[in-house]
Design a protein around this ligand. Structure first.
Ligand code: DX5
Ligand code: ZN
Length: 218
């Protein structure tokens, strides 16, 4: 299945409730929530109160992307606030803590994703693929919306998809950064099936439905 996950980083924060309604009306099933700490990435976005606020106004799947140091310390809190999928960065944790974090999210009954930055090779995440629900391949350097899609990340998507297929794993592969009408097809062809759209969703002059956006992958 293919999904879009609109990123509220590009939304009108003053009218977040209305923006979430827009996501629901589009027919999207997920909302992407970018947590940034100004340390793992050079930008600060928002945290727990925003996850809770979104949770209060929708039953959509809350796709929380933690771009923070020590994400393991906040997993329980993210889930308490309403996260359905918790994705943290491989670069932020050592091997032991990564495994503990995966197990913690799973023990709390939620889905777990691992994200890799553009310079991190696919091989770094492959050892975890069997244990997790999703790999998020960053298609820009994390930290800011509105950046240009990095085509050179596509071989990694392909490699991860091929590996998942080879072990019979039904893995979600999410791409995040610079996804629009054109790049969505490139990412889909490489093997991605979850597409984060920030600017292209919330700042579009002629908003499309989720189905119309997904149709661009064909
Ligand atoms: C970037 C964030 C993205 C961002 C994408 O670090 O992880 O989710 O909101 O925004 P666009 O779609 O504008 O590139
Ligand atoms: Zn994100």
């Amino acid at each position: 299945m293919k999904y879009i996950s609109p990123s509220i980083l590009a939304s009108d924060m003053l009218n977040l409730g209305k923006e979430i309604e827009k996501v629901e009306k589009s027919g999207a099933k997920m909302v992407h929530i970018d947590i940034m700490d100004g340390s793992f990435v050079p930008n600060i976005s928002f945290g727990m109160p925003v996850i809770s606020a979104v949770r209060k106004c929708t039953d959509l799947i809350l796709d929380v992307h933690a771009m923070i140091v020590s994400p393991n310390k906040y997993i329980e809190e993210f889930i308490k606030c309403g996260a359905d999928i918790v994705t943290f960065h491989l670069e932020a944790l050592d091997d032991k803590t990564t495994v503990e974090s995966i197990n913690l999210v799973k023990s709390l009954g939620k889905k777990v994703g691992i994200s890799i930055k553009p310079k991190t090779p696919a091989s770094a995440v492959l050892p975890y693929v069997e244990m997790i629900d999703m790999v998020l391949v960053m298609t820009v350097e994390p930290g800011f919306g509105g950046q240009k899609f990095m085509h050179e990340t596509m071989p990694k998507v392909k490699e991860i998809r091929e590996y998942a297929n080879s072990i019979g794993k039904d893995l979600d592969i999410e791409v995040d950064g610079g996804i629009n009408d054109e790049t969505i097809k490139i990412a889909s062809d490489a093997g991605a099936n979850v597409f984060v759209l920030g600017t292209a969703f919330f700042k579009s002059e002629k908003p499309l439905s989720a189905n119309e956006i997904i149709a661009k992958t064909n």
